[in-house]
Design a protein around this ligand. Structure first.
Ligand code: NAG
Ligand code: NAG
Ligand code: NAG
Length: 316
Protein backbone atom coordinates (compact mmCIF):
# COMPACT_ATOMS: atom_id res chain seq x y z
CA UNK A 1 0.00 0.00 0.00
CA UNK A 2 2.80 2.41 0.99
CA UNK A 3 4.65 1.47 -2.14
CA UNK A 4 1.62 2.22 -4.29
CA UNK A 5 1.19 5.64 -2.68
CA UNK A 6 4.85 6.52 -3.08
CA UNK A 7 4.74 5.41 -6.72
CA UNK A 8 1.66 7.53 -7.23
CA UNK A 9 3.30 10.55 -5.58
CA UNK A 10 6.41 10.01 -7.67
CA UNK A 11 4.36 9.84 -10.88
CA UNK A 12 2.45 12.95 -9.85
CA UNK A 13 5.67 14.83 -9.12
CA UNK A 14 7.11 13.80 -12.46
CA UNK A 15 3.92 15.01 -14.12
CA UNK A 16 4.12 18.36 -12.32
CA UNK A 17 7.81 18.71 -13.18
CA UNK A 18 6.97 17.84 -16.77
CA UNK A 19 4.29 20.52 -16.80
CA UNK A 20 6.71 23.11 -15.45
CA UNK A 21 9.14 22.23 -18.23
CA UNK A 22 6.38 22.42 -20.77
CA UNK A 23 5.36 25.89 -19.60
CA UNK A 24 9.01 26.92 -19.91
CA UNK A 25 9.14 25.39 -23.34
CA UNK A 26 6.12 27.44 -24.44
CA UNK A 27 7.63 30.62 -23.07
CA UNK A 28 11.00 30.02 -24.66
CA UNK A 29 9.88 31.01 -28.16
CA UNK A 30 7.44 33.73 -27.11
CA UNK A 31 9.88 35.60 -24.88
CA UNK A 32 12.80 37.77 -25.97
CA UNK A 33 11.91 37.76 -29.63
CA UNK A 34 13.81 40.18 -31.89
CA UNK A 35 12.12 43.60 -31.69
CA UNK A 36 12.47 43.70 -35.50
CA UNK A 37 10.28 40.60 -35.87
CA UNK A 38 7.29 42.38 -34.34
CA UNK A 39 4.81 43.66 -36.89
CA UNK A 40 6.28 41.59 -39.72
CA UNK A 41 4.84 38.41 -41.17
CA UNK A 42 7.43 37.05 -43.59
CA UNK A 43 9.11 33.73 -42.74
CA UNK A 44 11.98 34.29 -40.31
CA UNK A 45 13.62 33.12 -37.08
CA UNK A 46 12.29 35.22 -34.24
CA UNK A 47 15.22 35.05 -31.83
CA UNK A 48 18.86 34.00 -31.65
CA UNK A 49 19.17 30.43 -32.93
CA UNK A 50 21.12 28.16 -30.59
CA UNK A 51 23.40 25.82 -32.53
CA UNK A 52 24.77 23.63 -29.73
CA UNK A 53 22.72 21.97 -27.05
CA UNK A 54 23.73 19.78 -24.14
CA UNK A 55 21.77 17.46 -21.90
CA UNK A 56 22.68 15.27 -18.97
CA UNK A 57 21.75 11.62 -19.43
CA UNK A 58 18.30 10.92 -17.95
CA UNK A 59 17.22 14.55 -17.70
CA UNK A 60 14.73 16.72 -19.56
CA UNK A 61 15.82 18.18 -22.88
CA UNK A 62 14.13 20.46 -25.40
CA UNK A 63 15.33 21.78 -28.75
CA UNK A 64 13.80 24.91 -30.21
CA UNK A 65 13.42 26.49 -33.59
CA UNK A 66 11.65 29.78 -32.91
CA UNK A 67 10.18 31.19 -36.07
CA UNK A 68 7.15 32.79 -37.69
CA UNK A 69 5.55 33.15 -41.10
CA UNK A 70 6.12 29.53 -42.11
CA UNK A 71 3.58 27.26 -43.75
CA UNK A 72 5.22 24.07 -42.50
CA UNK A 73 7.93 23.07 -40.08
CA UNK A 74 9.78 19.79 -40.35
CA UNK A 75 12.33 18.22 -37.99
CA UNK A 76 15.11 15.85 -39.02
CA UNK A 77 17.69 13.97 -37.04
CA UNK A 78 20.85 13.07 -38.94
CA UNK A 79 18.85 13.37 -42.15
CA UNK A 80 15.90 11.23 -40.99
CA UNK A 81 12.64 13.14 -40.79
CA UNK A 82 10.17 13.15 -37.91
CA UNK A 83 8.34 11.02 -36.88
CA UNK A 84 11.46 8.92 -36.38
CA UNK A 85 10.96 5.30 -37.42
CA UNK A 86 12.11 4.04 -34.04
CA UNK A 87 13.26 5.11 -30.59
CA UNK A 88 16.80 4.17 -31.64
CA UNK A 89 16.86 7.30 -33.81
CA UNK A 90 15.73 9.66 -31.07
CA UNK A 91 13.31 9.81 -28.18
CA UNK A 92 12.58 13.49 -28.73
CA UNK A 93 8.98 14.21 -29.65
CA UNK A 94 7.12 17.15 -31.14
CA UNK A 95 5.51 19.63 -28.85
CA UNK A 96 2.40 20.79 -30.76
CA UNK A 97 1.49 23.43 -28.13
CA UNK A 98 4.51 25.39 -29.34
CA UNK A 99 3.37 25.20 -32.98
CA UNK A 100 5.86 22.34 -33.52
CA UNK A 101 8.77 24.72 -32.94
CA UNK A 102 9.95 22.59 -30.04
CA UNK A 103 10.88 18.92 -29.72
CA UNK A 104 11.64 17.43 -26.34
CA UNK A 105 12.42 14.34 -24.29
CA UNK A 106 11.41 13.90 -20.65
CA UNK A 107 14.59 11.83 -20.21
CA UNK A 108 17.33 12.32 -22.74
CA UNK A 109 19.64 9.41 -23.47
CA UNK A 110 22.84 8.82 -25.42
CA UNK A 111 20.85 7.72 -28.52
CA UNK A 112 19.38 11.22 -28.73
CA UNK A 113 22.79 12.63 -29.61
CA UNK A 114 23.15 13.91 -33.13
CA UNK A 115 22.48 16.68 -35.60
CA UNK A 116 18.92 18.00 -35.63
CA UNK A 117 17.59 20.20 -38.40
CA UNK A 118 14.39 22.17 -38.50
CA UNK A 119 13.19 23.04 -41.98
CA UNK A 120 10.73 25.89 -42.44
CA UNK A 121 8.85 26.41 -45.66
CA UNK A 122 6.52 29.00 -47.10
CA UNK A 123 5.15 28.93 -50.65
CA UNK A 124 8.38 30.07 -52.23
CA UNK A 125 11.27 29.63 -49.80
CA UNK A 126 12.87 27.16 -47.42
CA UNK A 127 15.04 28.11 -44.46
CA UNK A 128 16.66 25.71 -42.03
CA UNK A 129 18.56 25.63 -38.80
CA UNK A 130 20.84 22.98 -37.35
CA UNK A 131 21.36 22.07 -33.71
CA UNK A 132 23.96 19.60 -32.53
CA UNK A 133 22.89 17.79 -29.36
CA UNK A 134 25.40 16.18 -27.03
CA UNK A 135 24.30 14.05 -24.10
CA UNK A 136 26.73 14.12 -21.18
CA UNK A 137 27.19 11.50 -18.46
CA UNK A 138 27.16 14.19 -15.80
CA UNK A 139 27.23 17.96 -15.39
CA UNK A 140 30.34 19.60 -16.86
CA UNK A 141 33.13 21.17 -14.78
CA UNK A 142 33.31 24.21 -17.04
CA UNK A 143 30.48 26.11 -18.73
CA UNK A 144 29.93 24.91 -22.32
CA UNK A 145 28.97 27.52 -24.92
CA UNK A 146 25.54 26.99 -26.48
CA UNK A 147 25.28 30.41 -28.16
CA UNK A 148 28.35 32.48 -29.04
CA UNK A 149 27.67 36.19 -29.54
CA UNK A 150 27.90 37.49 -33.10
CA UNK A 151 29.52 40.69 -34.40
CA UNK A 152 27.00 43.39 -35.18
CA UNK A 153 26.75 46.58 -37.17
CA UNK A 154 24.81 49.52 -35.77
CA UNK A 155 24.12 53.14 -36.64
CA UNK A 156 24.52 55.91 -34.12
CA UNK A 157 21.07 56.36 -32.60
CA UNK A 158 20.12 52.80 -33.55
CA UNK A 159 19.95 49.81 -31.26
CA UNK A 160 21.93 46.63 -30.72
CA UNK A 161 21.45 43.37 -28.88
CA UNK A 162 24.00 40.73 -27.98
CA UNK A 163 23.25 37.30 -26.58
CA UNK A 164 25.45 34.66 -25.06
CA UNK A 165 24.50 31.38 -23.45
CA UNK A 166 26.14 28.38 -21.82
CA UNK A 167 25.26 24.99 -20.42
CA UNK A 168 26.32 24.73 -16.78
CA UNK A 169 24.35 21.65 -15.72
CA UNK A 170 23.05 20.80 -12.28
CA UNK A 171 25.09 21.74 -9.25
CA UNK A 172 25.63 19.06 -6.61
CA UNK A 173 26.50 21.69 -4.05
CA UNK A 174 23.85 24.34 -3.50
CA UNK A 175 26.42 27.02 -2.61
CA UNK A 176 28.27 26.96 -5.92
CA UNK A 177 27.67 30.36 -7.44
CA UNK A 178 27.12 30.74 -11.14
CA UNK A 179 27.33 34.09 -12.79
CA UNK A 180 27.04 35.49 -16.27
CA UNK A 181 28.05 39.07 -17.01
CA UNK A 182 28.78 41.36 -19.93
CA UNK A 183 31.78 43.71 -20.05
CA UNK A 184 32.79 46.41 -22.52
CA UNK A 185 36.44 46.05 -23.45
CA UNK A 186 38.09 49.48 -23.57
CA UNK A 187 41.38 50.31 -25.30
CA UNK A 188 43.61 49.20 -22.45
CA UNK A 189 41.77 45.86 -22.38
CA UNK A 190 40.38 46.92 -19.03
CA UNK A 191 36.92 45.49 -18.58
CA UNK A 192 34.23 48.07 -18.08
CA UNK A 193 31.37 46.60 -16.12
CA UNK A 194 28.07 47.22 -17.83
CA UNK A 195 25.11 48.65 -15.99
CA UNK A 196 22.81 45.88 -14.74
CA UNK A 197 19.76 47.41 -16.35
CA UNK A 198 21.35 46.87 -19.77
CA UNK A 199 21.81 43.13 -19.28
CA UNK A 200 19.19 40.52 -18.54
CA UNK A 201 20.00 37.03 -17.33
CA UNK A 202 17.78 34.23 -18.61
CA UNK A 203 17.69 30.61 -17.51
CA UNK A 204 16.08 27.56 -19.00
CA UNK A 205 15.80 23.86 -18.29
CA UNK A 206 15.91 24.18 -14.51
CA UNK A 207 18.77 26.69 -14.62
CA UNK A 208 21.02 24.18 -16.36
CA UNK A 209 21.35 26.68 -19.18
CA UNK A 210 22.16 30.28 -18.40
CA UNK A 211 22.21 33.15 -20.86
CA UNK A 212 22.33 36.92 -20.94
CA UNK A 213 20.98 39.61 -23.26
CA UNK A 214 22.93 42.83 -23.55
CA UNK A 215 20.69 45.54 -24.95
CA UNK A 216 21.90 48.93 -26.12
CA UNK A 217 18.74 50.84 -26.89
CA UNK A 218 20.41 53.95 -28.28
CA UNK A 219 23.89 53.52 -29.71
CA UNK A 220 26.36 56.37 -29.24
CA UNK A 221 29.95 56.46 -30.54
CA UNK A 222 31.24 55.34 -27.13
CA UNK A 223 29.31 52.06 -27.47
CA UNK A 224 31.38 50.70 -30.34
CA UNK A 225 34.02 48.11 -29.59
CA UNK A 226 34.31 44.62 -28.18
CA UNK A 227 31.95 43.11 -25.64
CA UNK A 228 32.88 40.17 -23.47
CA UNK A 229 30.46 37.69 -21.94
CA UNK A 230 31.95 35.87 -18.97
CA UNK A 231 30.33 32.81 -17.40
CA UNK A 232 31.80 31.72 -14.08
CA UNK A 233 31.16 28.70 -11.91
CA UNK A 234 32.23 29.12 -8.29
CA UNK A 235 34.46 32.21 -8.69
CA UNK A 236 37.23 30.14 -10.17
CA UNK A 237 39.36 31.21 -13.12
CA UNK A 238 39.59 27.63 -14.31
CA UNK A 239 35.82 27.20 -14.38
CA UNK A 240 35.04 30.15 -16.56
CA UNK A 241 33.99 30.63 -20.14
CA UNK A 242 34.59 33.82 -22.10
CA UNK A 243 32.99 34.75 -25.40
CA UNK A 244 33.12 38.07 -27.18
CA UNK A 245 31.75 39.99 -30.14
CA UNK A 246 32.16 43.42 -31.59
CA UNK A 247 29.76 46.30 -32.13
CA UNK A 248 30.83 47.92 -35.40
CA UNK A 249 29.83 51.34 -36.71
CA UNK A 250 27.72 50.79 -39.81
CA UNK A 251 28.45 54.32 -41.08
CA UNK A 252 32.12 54.97 -40.22
CA UNK A 253 32.21 58.34 -42.07
CA UNK A 254 30.06 59.90 -39.38
CA UNK A 255 32.60 59.54 -36.59
CA UNK A 256 35.93 61.32 -36.34
CA UNK A 257 37.82 58.17 -35.41
CA UNK A 258 37.22 56.51 -38.72
CA UNK A 259 37.24 59.44 -41.16
CA UNK A 260 40.76 58.70 -42.40
CA UNK A 261 39.86 55.08 -43.04
CA UNK A 262 37.02 55.97 -45.39
CA UNK A 263 37.81 54.36 -48.75
CA UNK A 264 36.31 57.19 -50.83
CA UNK A 265 38.35 59.74 -48.94
CA UNK A 266 41.50 57.63 -49.34
CA UNK A 267 40.86 57.23 -53.08
CA UNK A 268 40.26 60.99 -53.51
CA UNK A 269 43.47 61.76 -51.58
CA UNK A 270 45.44 59.34 -53.71
CA UNK A 271 44.02 60.90 -56.87
CA UNK A 272 44.85 64.45 -55.80
CA UNK A 273 48.38 63.41 -54.76
CA UNK A 274 48.91 61.69 -58.12
CA UNK A 275 47.66 64.80 -59.93
CA UNK A 276 50.00 67.09 -57.95
CA UNK A 277 52.84 64.67 -58.60
CA UNK A 278 52.13 64.68 -62.33
CA UNK A 279 52.12 68.50 -62.50
CA UNK A 280 55.32 68.68 -60.49
CA UNK A 281 56.86 66.24 -62.93
CA UNK A 282 55.79 68.38 -65.90
CA UNK A 283 57.11 71.52 -64.20
CA UNK A 284 60.41 69.87 -63.53
CA UNK A 285 60.67 68.73 -67.12
CA UNK A 286 60.08 72.31 -68.35
CA UNK A 287 62.21 74.22 -65.89
CA UNK A 288 64.87 71.76 -65.01
CA UNK A 289 66.00 71.13 -68.61
CA UNK A 290 67.07 74.73 -69.49
CA UNK A 291 68.84 74.99 -66.13
CA UNK A 292 70.69 71.82 -66.86
CA UNK A 293 71.58 73.24 -70.25
CA UNK A 294 72.80 76.44 -68.64
CA UNK A 295 74.76 74.46 -66.15
CA UNK A 296 76.10 72.24 -68.89
CA UNK A 297 77.08 75.42 -70.75
CA UNK A 298 79.01 76.76 -67.80
CA UNK A 299 80.55 73.35 -67.40
CA UNK A 300 81.62 73.49 -70.98
CA UNK A 301 83.07 76.91 -70.36
CA UNK A 302 84.71 75.61 -67.23
CA UNK A 303 86.21 72.69 -69.08
CA UNK A 304 87.28 74.88 -71.95
CA UNK A 305 89.30 77.03 -69.59
CA UNK A 306 91.17 73.97 -68.42
CA UNK A 307 94.11 72.64 -70.36
CA UNK A 308 92.17 69.67 -71.62
CA UNK A 309 93.51 70.15 -75.09
CA UNK A 310 96.80 69.17 -73.60
CA UNK A 311 95.40 65.85 -72.42
CA UNK A 312 93.72 65.45 -75.74
CA UNK A 313 96.99 66.02 -77.49
CA UNK A 314 98.74 63.52 -75.28
CA UNK A 315 96.05 61.02 -75.96
CA UNK A 316 96.32 61.58 -79.64
C1 NAG B 1 7.96 35.28 -20.61
O1 NAG B 1 6.67 35.25 -21.17
C2 NAG B 1 5.64 35.01 -20.22
C3 NAG B 1 4.36 34.87 -20.97
O2 NAG B 1 4.31 35.67 -22.12
C4 NAG B 1 5.65 36.15 -19.21
O3 NAG B 1 4.67 35.92 -18.23
C5 NAG B 1 7.00 36.23 -18.53
O4 NAG B 1 7.05 37.32 -17.67
C6 NAG B 1 8.09 36.36 -19.57
N1 NAG B 1 9.36 36.29 -18.92
C7 NAG B 1 10.32 37.17 -19.13
C8 NAG B 1 11.58 36.95 -18.38
O5 NAG B 1 10.19 38.09 -19.90
C1 NAG C 1 8.86 33.32 -47.98
O1 NAG C 1 9.99 33.49 -47.14
C2 NAG C 1 10.97 34.35 -47.64
C3 NAG C 1 12.17 34.31 -46.69
O2 NAG C 1 11.82 34.71 -45.42
C4 NAG C 1 10.40 35.75 -47.83
O3 NAG C 1 11.37 36.61 -48.35
C5 NAG C 1 9.20 35.67 -48.76
O4 NAG C 1 8.60 36.94 -48.83
C6 NAG C 1 8.20 34.65 -48.25
N1 NAG C 1 7.15 34.48 -49.24
C7 NAG C 1 5.87 34.54 -48.94
C8 NAG C 1 4.93 34.29 -50.06
O5 NAG C 1 5.48 34.78 -47.80
C1 NAG D 1 2.46 19.98 -36.05
O1 NAG D 1 2.76 18.67 -36.43
C2 NAG D 1 1.61 17.85 -36.54
C3 NAG D 1 2.10 16.43 -36.80
O2 NAG D 1 3.09 16.38 -37.79
C4 NAG D 1 0.72 18.37 -37.67
O3 NAG D 1 -0.43 17.59 -37.80
C5 NAG D 1 0.36 19.83 -37.36
O4 NAG D 1 -0.36 20.36 -38.44
C6 NAG D 1 1.61 20.64 -37.12
N1 NAG D 1 1.23 21.98 -36.69
C7 NAG D 1 1.82 23.08 -37.19
C8 NAG D 1 1.35 24.38 -36.65
O5 NAG D 1 2.70 23.03 -38.07
Amino acid sequence: MDKAISTLIKALMLHVIGMIFEVNAINYCSNHTFPTSLGTNFMQFTKETVTKEYAVDGQFKALHCCAKGYRSIEWLKDGKSYPWSSESTSSLILYPQAANQTIYARRASKTDEGRYTCVLRNDTHKIEHQIVLKVLESSPDVPLATFTPQNQFADIGGSARFFCEAFVGKKDLPDISISIKWYHMSDGNQDDVINDNQQEVVKREEEEIIGSYLTISEVTSSHFGRYLCRVEMGNSQTHRLEMSAELINALPIETNNFIFLNPYLLASCAFVITLIGFFLFLQLRFYYQPRVKKFAGSEAIFFKSQPFTHVDCNYI
